[in-house]
Design a protein around this ligand. Structure first.
Ligand SMILES: [Zn+2]
Length: 226
């Protein structure tokens, strides 16, 4: 694929998944942001624009940004949460896409500082297991990127204390899957906890299902088990 084609496709994918983010009620108003590395140019990311209604965003509006934060192209400013994206890509060369949202059940988990246990097959398939909550750090800071990188160890998603949720993937669909499935599972967990006891899946089942999540990183994506 040519550089120009890869850039065009990445920008279109950001718009497509930005709209899906709103359709699936993962983001209110203009909150929430997402990014992906441009295939063939891992130092370059397509990232969502700052404070712009998604129904007005065209692919050409989507900023292309180097990992040092410099904007290569685009008619709009990148999201104000750009450092969270670029610092994570710098720390983790394997991450190819990031979805960050302030969705309701994730915000509740972030408010409570709770870990979402590995209690549903779909959650484990989407994230690799339980979902931890990263300690609070100021938005845009290197400390927040460090805290998130620690909480993501071996997982596709984490909550951000007093803030929201961040999901990663070897592709944008995988990062989006981790975000939206975690939001749904967190909602189910809060409902179930309010009326009864929630138990974890057996550990050997978690390990077996999580293989479907691990496979994306080796390029051997086998699809779902959950
Ligand atoms: Zn945020």
């Amino acid at each position: 694929m040519s550089n120009a084609k890869a850039r065009r496709r990445a920008r279109a994918a950001i718009v497509e998944f930005g709209i899906r983010m709103q359709v699936e009620r993962l983001a209110y108003w203009t909150s929430g942001n997402l990014s992906m590395r441009v295939p063939g140019d891992p130092d370059l990311v397509a990232v969502s624009p700052s404070a712009m209604p998604w129904d007005l965003v065209e692919p050409d509006d989507v900023p292309l940004v180097r990992l040092d934060g410099s904007v290569l192209d685009g008619t709009t400013r990148p999201t104000s949460e750009l450092p969270l994206h670029t610092l994570l890509y710098q720390r983790r060369p394997d991450i190819r896409a990031i979805v960050h949202v302030h969705s309701p059940a994730a915000m509740a988990m972030a408010a409570l500082d709770w870990t979402l246990p590995a209690f549903l097959t779909g959650l484990v398939e989407a994230t690799g297991g339980s979902v931890a909550c990263a300690p609070y750090a100021r938005p845009g800071s290197a400390q927040l990127a460090d805290a998130v990188a620690d909480a993501l160890d071996g997982r596709g998603c984490c909550f951000l204390r007093h803030h929201g949720l961040l999901a990663i993937g070897a592709s944008l669909p995988r990062a989006f899957q981790a975000a939206t499935v975690t939001e749904g599972a967190a909602d189910a967990y809060l409902r179930a906890r309010s009326v009864g006891t929630v138990s974890d899946l057996p550990a050997d089942e978690v390990d077996w299902i999580a293989e479907a999540w691990h496979a994306q990183w080796s390029g051997a994506d086998t699809g779902t088990r959950g």
